[in-house]
Design a protein around this ligand. Structure first.
Ligand code: ZN
Length: 80
């Protein structure tokens, strides 16, 4: 029996098909993964309220997704 893993963001138990092989691991969802990325990025976003999956709207998620993608691109460029 594998001990259940919980999402570090929302503390929800990960479903059985969210394994280490999942691109989302250790998060339960894409949104939680985004929330985690954004938490590392608080200075830039000057977030007043802590972002949680509950208060993150679809619109925000889309917007952040773009920002995160840009950031990832930049990180990849800078890593060489
Ligand atoms: Zn989660």
């Amino acid at each position: 029996m594998i001990s259940s893993q919980t999402c570090p963001i929302c503390k929800k138990e990960l479903s059985a098909n969210t394994t280490m092989l999942s691109p989302l691991f250790p998060f339960c969802s894409k949104r939680c993964k985004q929330v985690d990325l954004l938490r590392w990025d608080n200075e830039e976003y000057a977030v007043v309220d802590p972002i949680s999956p509950e208060n993150m709207t679809e619109e925000m998620a889309e917007q952040f997704e773009e920002e995160i993608q840009k950031k990832i691109d930049r990180m990849e460029e800078g890593s060489f």
